[in-house]
Structure formats: C-alpha cells, structure tokens
Ligand binder design. Structure first.
Ligand code: PMV
Length: 312
C-alpha cells in the first residue's frame, strides 16, 4: 500500500485581487489533511481503479465516473503524466479532515494527495511543480479562472508569496505566529464568489482595480513584515485587507460577526480567508489569547475553530 498526504491551507492576504494579477500570501494548515491510499487488489481486470471516498459517499469504478468528476480527472491526469503505464487493479481510498467548500483548500489537497499516492505506487513519483500543475488543471474545470495560489501552497507545504504566472516564492518567516480559524458553517463554492466579483469588476472596473491594487500593496507589506520578523504588524494589515474585501462585496453577516468577536476578544486583527460569502475567517492572536478568541468565536456562531502555528 502507498499512502500520501497533503495539508489544508488558508489565504493570509490578497484573495480575489490575486486573480487580477496582484500578489497574495497563503500558508499551509497542517492540522487538517487529505490522505490517499493506493492498494493492489486482485478481484478484477488489469487497469481498473476502484475509487472509494467515504466523506462524499463515493465508491465506484473509475470508468463509470464522469471524466469531469474531480477525482476521475486527477486520476486520468496523473496516469497520463506518468506515460499511461499498464498496472494491476488498484483501490484508491481518499479521506480528508479538511472541511469542504470553506476556503481551506480541501479539493486541492485531495488532488495533490491522489497525484502523490498514485504516481509513487506506480513507481514514478512526480516532482512538486508537476504535482501542482496537475491540481491546477482540476481547479480550472471547477473554478473557471483560478489564480493557482491554492495548488501552489498545498503542494509546497510552506508559506508562499504568489503572483499568477510566476514561480511561488517560499517565505522564510523567522518568527512563528499563531492564527485562529473560525468556520461560519456556511459552505461557499469559490466559483460563485469569483464570478460575482468578475461581474462587478466588469460593471465598475476603476473601483475594483483600485481595490485590487490596495489589496496587492497590503500583501507586499505583509511579505516584508514576515521576512523581517515584524509579525505584530500583520493584524493591522489583516484589518485593512478585510475592509477592502467588504468593499468588493465578498464578506457576509456571518463572517462579520466572527471577525468582530475575534477582535473584541483580543485578536490583533481578523479577516475572511478565501473566496468569502461564507467559509472561514482568520484571526491573528498572541498564543495566550488563543483560547479566549476560540471561545468567543464559538459563542458568535462558529461551527468549528482551529488553531495553527505558521512557521517555515
Ligand atoms: O479556494 P478559496 O476559497 O480559498 O479561494 C481562492 C482564492 C481566490 O482568490 C478567491 C480565487 C483564486 O483562484 O485565487
């Protein structure tokens, strides 16, 4: 049996603006993971793959899945990338502790775990940049115009500074810091928020370009803070980023309630993370304030809270 994992992720700064060419920063969240296990099986013919994904109640042969199903797609892409070898019948079992459609990168992490487990099991592990490119192909079917930040941060499993079309820059933050993540419990498909922003951008391009530019500058400042160990300044930058995300219409009353609760209970800053309109928010906290902030988030309606330490 071959097992492989990939972590969750959150976007620290720059979501949405990154789709329009501005920089963004994302970090892995290793407290939640997707796992893929590949096992040889005997009871069927060569070249068959049984896909089992209990989280989404799926248990089917590959050939009966729609080729555009994200799991079928990533399996086909992986097999093609390693030269479509002949192989014995296999079982591919996928499990994940990453909440779905909530900005924590669950789909991407599943794709990367599958690429890793399958290519390694068949004796041809793929390098990181190929893993990332395959996961990006899957994102493209389902998100339309993904920036590529999700597949990059999940693949490299390091904090990254990302500009669309460029190699991700690994950020070596010398001073680890703590984030609390609060889940509104409201799932929010990325494609919906991204296309809402696209329509609004088409209607009022100057307003949206100005907001994206300001968000990009916040991401650049945050990169300097991280590299110079000035992490205490990140909270203020998160608050500024949140104001701009509200201006472009991707916050929600549930997100706002959690963000207010985090700030009121001692977080130095908070913002939504990912596509918005639901999903998760993040708060920058001192380690000794983390318990208090988590309790406040739950009281304000968070269905789940997570704590993560961001370090290289
Ligand atoms: O997948 P999410 O929900 O974390 O959102 C990705 C971030 C966006 O900037 C909204 C989209 C993208 O492709 O970068």
């Amino acid at each position: 049996m071959t097992t492989a994992n990939a972590p969750g992720k959150i976007i620290l700064f720059g979501e949405h603006a990154v789709v329009y060419g501005r920089p963004a920063i994302a970090v892995p969240v290793r407290e939640v993971i997707a796992t893929a296990e590949v096992t040889d099986i005997t009871q069927t013919t060569q070249g068959e793959i049984r896909i089992e994904a209990p989280n989404i109640k799926l248990d089917k042969w590959l050939h009966v899945l729609n080729p555009d199903h994200p799991l079928a797609k990533i399996v086909h892409l992986t097999l093609h990338a390693i030269g479509s070898p002949k192989f014995p019948p296999l079982q591919l079992r996928i499990t994940s502790t990453i909440p779905i459609s909530s900005g924590l990168g669950s789909g991407t992490a599943v794709s990367i775990a599958v690429v890793r487990a399958l290519s390694t099991h068949l004796g041809q592990p793929l390098p990181l940049h190929r893993q990332s490119a395959l996961a990006f192909e899957v994102e493209r079917i389902h998100h339309g115009t993904p920036s590529g930040i999700d597949n990059s941060v999940v693949t490299y499993d390091q904090p990254i500074y990302f500009v669309q079309g460029e190699e991700p820059e690994i950020l070596h933050n010398e001073t680890p810091f703590t984030l609390v993540i609060g889940d509104t419990g409201r799932t929010s498909p990325t494609a919906v928020a991204v296309s809402q922003v696209r329509r609004a951008w088409q209607e009022d391009t100057p307003k949206y370009e100005a907001a994206f530019e300001a968000i990009g500058q916040i991401a650049s400042q945050a990169r300097e803070c991280l590299m110079e160990g000035r992490v205490q300044e990140l909270g203020r930058l998160m608050n500024q980023n949140q104001t701009l995300l509200e201006d472009i219409g991707v916050s929600s009353p549930e997100l706002r309630a959690l963000i207010d609760a985090a700030r009121a209970s001692g977080a130095s800053g908070a913002k939504l993370s990912g596509a918005g309109l639901g999903g998760n928010m993040i708060a920058m906290v001192d380690p000794d304030a983390a318990d208090r902030v988590e309790i406040a988030l739950r009281e304000a309606g968070a269905v789940r809270t997570l704590r993560t330490e961001v370090s290289t």
